[in-house]
Design a protein around this ligand. Structure first.
Ligand SMILES: O=C(CO)[C@H](O)[C@H](O)COP(=O)(O)O
Length: 220
């Protein structure tokens, strides 16, 4: 399995103390920053546009893990590729079919950016299994996307186990990321099931950031 990566979700950042929180984040052992883009339609919340990503890139060298929860991922992915995303993860539910999903992964990769595909809790991962070599990451949502601070859905770990089995059997390079309700306890369960990338928002930003990241990194 790949090295465990923690991707703090800036959805939970305290925006009244942005520079202090970013400084703490940059000094922590997190290697990625998880940047949630919501369009108010695919999910019932609105967040950040490309200029905010550009701003964060000026304040941090962390790998920019952009998760687009939008209805038109073909267009929005292009915007975030241009804004400097290192990874763009879009939703399987937002594209017409699996062919469109693979075509978009190829387009993102052709632009020199890593491509991820995410599934909501009610969506199975089976359709992705034959195509995992086309993806740098699969993001399993362990809450309904839209808001931080929700409870972890433990039954999502069956999807993680299925993905891990397929990745190991075929020696694929694909990461498995999980997002929603991750803390020291649920993070441990996720890593045991086969995740190598943990997104956490409220758990990290509601306490000392470095300590919270380290507590997630000790899950092995
Ligand atoms: O994508 C998200 C919500 O759609 C967030 O990244 C996620 O919920 C993180 O928040 P928390 O760790 O507090 O659950």
């Amino acid at each position: 399995m790949k090295e465990l990566v923690i991707a703090p979700s800036i959805l939970s950042l305290d925006y009244a103390n942005t520079s202090e929180q970013l400084k703490e984040l940059n000094e922590s052992n997190a290697k990625w920053m998880h940047f949630d883009v919501m369009d108010g339609h695919f999910v019932p919340n609105l967040t950040f546009g490309p200029d905010i990503l550009k701003g964060f890139k000026k304040c941090s060298d962390l790998f920019m893990d952009v998760h687009i929860m939008v209805d038109n991922p073909e267009m929005i992915s292009e915007i975030f590729v241009k804004a400097g995303a290192d990874m763009v993860t879009f939703h399987l539910e937002a594209v017409k079919d699996i062919e469109a999903c693979i075509a978009l992964c190829r387009k993102i990769r052709a632009a020199g950016v890593k491509a991820g595909v995410s599934v909501k809790p009610k969506t199975a991962v089976d359709a992705l299994l034959p195509y995992l070599s086309e993806m740098d990451l699969v993001l399993v949502m362990s809450v309904e996307p839209g808001f931080g601070g929700q409870s972890f859905m433990e039954d999502m770990l069956d999807k993680v186990r299925k993905l891990r089995k397929e990745i190991e059997a075929n020696n694929y390079d694909t990461r498995i990321e999980i997002d929603g309700g991750i803390n020291a306890e649920t993070g441990k369960l996720a890593v045991e099931a086969g995740c190598d990338t943990l997104v956490a928002g409220s758990y990290i930003f509601k306490q000392n950031i470095k300590e919270a990241v380290d507590s997630l990194l000790c899950q092995k």
